[in-house]
Ligand binder design. Structure first.
Ligand code: ZN
Length: 590
């Protein structure tokens, strides 16, 4: 303390609280003091803190070291106020075997080699949270590209050097797009993307030195499917979004972790969709959304924003509700206030809180300022209570121009549960030969809506592009009016969304199974993969959970008629109407 040593007895460790307390003999005088700590430790084995990793090089196993700190493992490597609100600057110096590459958040400023070892000192970081610090030591080779003044490098093991190109393209696109989106350039002089041989998460957004497990970063150009490429692009973009949203502006406490992850999830899909529209990125988001739609209909679900005290509570928050329900809520809010106002609000928020810490309310305030709409009220409804509503729509007039909307909490088993939301509903409808959108806020149990325009309304679908985190139910007339054709009418994601809704309602017992089966037949012209997967998965569940054995033959014929032509399109052999069809459906749905 202030240059003088402290006796060992002045240190008191509390393992349960993960803290060390320094007890001084004398009270300290008011003013500025300096505390210097030195310590030693061992490399961890469990992919937490600073840990040992092993990799093969030219037939020999070598030891590498990497870090993973989020959420509460920086304290395993160094004593610190290891909570996101205690931001600090870091000057890191590493010493390791000279044959290895040593990396940290910032570029190296000096390097010296001595006795087979090397010491690298890195530039001082900006003000940042402890969980974002990182170091790496491994036999790594670089592929670098300059993007808008930033050195972007993908680091791989030498044997994988040929698989870095796609990640570099994805990172370049993400960095350019996000520099523009946030209207605030990326803050560090370099951005490393490192393929880590042993990594517990998919990826980690350490500021300036992002870590990935191999499969989330590397793409073998000869073998990898478009689906795998899309997943890599999403992960790379997600981590780069965090360089702003999470790293530059950080949550005060882990109860707002959801905002960090929800935002990165949603914006990554948006950026990747713009880059490669042919990948149908939002269709894959919809498939991902079905998981939390299922979980959140169970009695055991939780509100997104929930209390987190211990390290275990915090770890439990990294789930589908945090990432995907959270991401859908942001998308729903963007749809409600409009893309322009949403972007403006995000820019305001980033500028106002750069290098600081925030709560979710700070984002809602900025979005309200930019849009003049009640974003906070909507967000609090969706974050503070568990579950989601079923929005039922019925026509009040023969021309379908006048509708009634009602909401009720949706549960998987049909049990009654309380819940009321301010629901931004995007109604897609066709009137006068044109498909239009009408956005309303359903914030009471029931409301009447008049669709703009004149003449009869051909059809209405109340969750345009499946942007909302709710289920929809249509009355018989509205369901029958939906077009089955693929060219005009419902988008692919809406067709699969509608079937998911009908299937969930049938399972919950609130709508007859026949409505679902008839709709399957109706959309059988859609032989694309998402619809086929949805159909196959539902048929398998239906067979396993609901089928009367006496109906097995008829059911198999039904499944065969529905899926048979698709097998032929996909190059399968001749079909017989037996249970083999269902076995194939099972394999497909797995
Ligand atoms: Zn993330």
């Amino acid at each position: 303390m202030d240059g003088a040593g402290l006796p060992p007895a002045s240190l008191r460790a509390d393992a349960a609280a993960e803290t060390v307390t320094l007890v001084l003999g004398e009270p300290l005088a008011a003013g500025r003091h300096t505390l210097e700590l030195s310590w030693t430790g061992e490399l961890g084995k469990h992919m937490k803190g600073l840990y040992q990793s092993k990799a093969e090089h030219e037939g020999k196993t070598e030891n590498y070291a990497f870090t993973h700190f989020e959420p509460t493992d920086a304290r395993r490597m160094f004593p610190s106020f290891d909570e996101p609100e205690f931001k600090a600057v870091f000057r890191t110096t590493l010493t390791g075997p000279a044959k290895l590459t040593l990396l940290s958040n910032m570029p190296a400023v000096s390097e010296s080699v001595h006795d087979g070892m090397k010491t690298v000192a890195f530039a001082q970081t900006p003000l940042m949270s402890t969980y974002l610090l990182a170091v790496a030591a491994g036999r790594l080779v670089p592929q670098t590209r300059k993007v808008e003044g930033v050195d972007v490098t993908v680091w791989t093991r030498p044997s994988e050097a040929g698989q870095a190109g796609f990640a570099l393209d994805a990172a370049e696109h993400a960095l350019r797009s996000l520099n523009a989106y946030f209207a605030l350039p990326y803050k560090l002089p370099k951005m490393d993307l490192v393929a880590v041989p042993d990594f517990s998460a998919g990826a980690m957004e350490n500021w300036g030195v992002i870590f990935f497990r191999d499969s989330a970063l590397l793409v073998d150009p000869k073998l990898t499917s478009p689906r795998a490429k899309r997943a890599v692009a999403e992960t790379v973009t997600h981590e780069i979004v965090h360089q702003w949203f999470g790293n530059l502006v950080t949550m005060k406490w882990w109860n707002d972790l959801w905002l960090n992850e929800a935002f990165a999830t949603w914006l990554a899909y948006k950026v990747v969709d713009r880059w490669k529209p042919e990948w149908n990125t939002w269709l894959s988001f919809d498939a991902r959304r079905q998981g939390p739609l299922g979980v959140d209909a169970l009695a055991s679900t939780r509100a997104i924003r929930s209390k987190a005290v211990s390290s275990a509570d915090i770890r439990a928050m990294f789930d589908g509700l945090t990432y995907t329900k959270g991401g859908t809520i942001l998308r729903m809010i963007e749809g409600f206030i409009g893309e322009e106002a949403f972007t403006e609000g995000v820019r305001l928020y980033m500028k106002r809180h750069a290098y600081g810490n925030t709560e979710a309310d700070d984002l809602w305030a900025a979005l309200e300022e930019a849009s003049g709409k009640p974003v906070g009220r909507i967000a609090r409804d969706w974050l503070g209570q568990p579950g989601y509503p079923l929005v039922k729509v019925s026509a009040l007039s023969a021309d379908r121009g006048h509708l009634r909307l009602t909401q009720k909490r949706f549960t998987a088993d049909g049990r009654a549960e309380a819940g009321r939301w301010a629901v931004p509903v995007q109604l897609a409808y066709e009137r006068g030969g044109k498909v239009r959108t009408h956005v309303v806020l359903l914030d009471s149990e029931t409301a009447e809506v008049t669709l703009p325009g004149t003449g009869p309304v051909a059809w209405v679908y109340p969750n345009k592009a499946e942007t909302g985190f709710f289920r929809v139910g249509l009355d018989e007339d509205l369901l029958a009016a939906l077009p089955s054709g693929l060219e005009k009418g419902l988008a692919g994601v809406e067709r699969t969304g509608l079937l998911s809704n009908l299937w969930a309602e049938a399972q919950a017992g609130s709508s007859p199974m026949t409505r679902f089966l008839e709709s399957l037949t109706r959309f059988k012209a859609d032989t694309g993969r998402p619809m086929t997967e949805k159909t196959a998965a539902a048929l398998v569940e239906l067979q396993d959970g609901f089928l009367d054995p006496a109906d097995a033959g008829r059911f198999a014929r039904f499944a065969s008629e529905l899926l048979g032509p698709r097998w032929k399109d996909w190059g399968y052999g001749k079909l017989s109407d037996d249970e083999a069809n269902i076995a194939r459906a099972s394999a497909l749905a797995a």
